[in-house]
Unconditional design. Structure first.
Length: 276
């Protein structure tokens, strides 16, 4: 009898630890508390993944464990040493509460705060294959360069690198990531100067979509010009305050390329539908 009680007590404590990990933020605790069923956890040394079932938690852990060192390698930095926690938020009530608590966009697919990532479950958009890698790029950038990284660089890298890494991850299992972006035009289009000066996402959903797409294309164009080997130092310079254009032209000196026609190249890229 005592053994059974002890086992029960132990089991209870284990469940309790999952729910009340003292390192969890109030937002994460709320997500656990408001989840309709108890969340399952899959854990490695540095990553904990919480999801409604074991298979989902395991899949998130596997992808994150693959993506984190890849992303750090592309950026030329060390992966974060602090634990990262990832939550699949299954209920729409849970997501709405999260949006209210964090002041984030209701139309978002994911939110990352410090070392915690919240993924919205369900819906067509939630199935975007690059969203976990996208959020992990933000986590790695924040760990390496703090919270003052220019928004265009942070989102552009998350889009560009997130897609590349999620493709690598899926190709490991013989799967391909393919899709198509519609061409954008008209009033949504902003100049590079405006894009690179933004400190917040545009309120309007169409303008926000343009911002994500354009910053991703801008980072891709820059990488195509300077080459991927020079990207880590370029990112480090701009993330720590250098002017993006000055840092770019410095790396193109002596070549026929410059930043001069970038505006035109970017407008062309975003106006065309792109298959990937
Ligand atoms: Zn983002």
């Amino acid at each position: 009898m005592a053994g059974v009680l002890f086992a029960l007590a132990w089991w209870w404590r284990e469940r309790d630890v999952v729910r009340h990990d003292p390192a969890l933020s109030p937002v994460a605790r709320r997500v656990l508390r408001e989840s309709p069923g108890s969340l399952q956890m899959a854990r490695s040394v540095r990553i904990s993944a919480y999801a409604p079932d074991d298979a989902q938690a395991g899949a998130i852990l596997d992808e994150a464990a693959f993506s984190l060192p890849e992303i750090a390698m592309h950026l030329g930095v060390e992966p974060p040493t602090q634990p990262i926690r990832i939550f699949l938020v299954a209920s729409s009530n849970g997501w709405e509460g999260l949006v209210r608590a964090t002041g984030s966009r209701p139309d978002g697919l994911a939110v990352s705060l410090r070392d915690e990532i919240f993924l919205r479950d369900g819906g067509v958009e939630a199935a975007r294959p690059d969203r976990l890698a996208h959020e992990l790029v933000h986590v790695v950038m924040r760990d390496a360069y703090g919270t003052n990284v220019p928004l265009w660089l942070d989102e552009g890298l998350a889009g560009h690198l997130g897609l590349a890494v999620s493709r690598d991850y899926r190709s490991k299992y013989g799967r391909r990531v393919t899709g198509k972006w519609a061409g954008l035009s008209g009033e949504e289009v902003e100049t590079i100067e405006k894009l690179t000066q933004r400190r917040e996402l545009p309120e309007d959903p169409a303008a926000a979509r343009f911002f994500y797409r354009a910053t991703q294309e801008l980072v891709t164009l820059i990488e195509n010009r300077i080459g991927s080997a020079r990207m880590p130092a370029y990112v480090a310079d701009v993330a720590t305050g250098a002017d993006w254009r000055v840092a770019l032209d410095a790396r193109l000196e002596g070549s026929p390329l410059s930043s001069a026609d970038l505006e035109e190249a970017l407008q062309r890229q975003v106006s065309l539908p792109q298959r990937f």
